[in-house]
Unconditional design. Sequence first.
Length: 322
Amino acid sequence: MPEFSEFQSGWGSLIGLGFVCLIVGGILITGLSAIEKFAKLLMPLLLLTILGLAAYGLVLGDTGAAINFLFSFSPSDLANPGLWAAAVGQAFYSLAIGQGYLITYGSYMPRGIHMVRAVGFVAIFNVGVALLAGLMIFTLVFEQGLDLAAGSALAFEVMPEAFRAMPAGTLVAALFFWLFFLAALSSAIAGAKVVTVPISEHFPVSANSAVVVGVGLVAILGVPSALSYAAPQWSIAGQPVLDVIDKFAGSGAVIATAVGGAAIAGWALTVRRWEGVMERTPARLTSVLVFIARWVCLPVGAISGGARSSAARYKIPQRCLR
């Protein structure tokens, strides 16, 4: 298994970007039924793999340091507005809020779904998997004494070392990273769908041509990020381009688009229309949600944006940002 530093010294990231864009474009042109069937089978398998690796880390890794890192905090940290902005951004980014993904997923949702219950389950599972992933990685990070500031490369440096030490590690590594790739691929398809559908609806081009144009634009825009983890090692202010974009999107743009979109939807639709959209949801709860969308989202977004812009003045504990 090659070292991540060896991978960075070549052009693997750029080649991988092109390869993934070709796969995404091909799937969008041929149809989503195949990837939907694969996701239903492979995502539970990925969850079981993460469970197993988290258990492995808890047994053989530095469990005490990992738990302290993930769960300990000082009450004074809660007075840090930069921390709240980072937390809101991370929550929105992790749940794909404000990125267009939910438009894609929602378009495939059948009628009669209990919306609030479905959202609740998504949030619970998201937090649960995130905690498992944190235990999986950080128990091994501290056991191996690796740098916590490694950023996007951390999982690709920690997990290979763990796989080398475990029985049948090569097989487990192949399973984990292929499932990891397929999970990311499903998100990439959803994101590309958000780009290609407006092109086909607002311009006189066929659906297949819209896929080619949309995915091509995504590929071009992704080149700087790919080259930040390739031989040129493109960076901004000493940080890889990918990490800079990730921080901006995860704690800045996502908040703005999410709260802005919610406010627009809250004011554009009447309460009666919202009751039709929020099927099987009590009318009083729907009214509360509409009130939040109309009157709470924009102030919260403005406060979060202001906190984010001034976050450099605050020292945000590393244990809370990772």
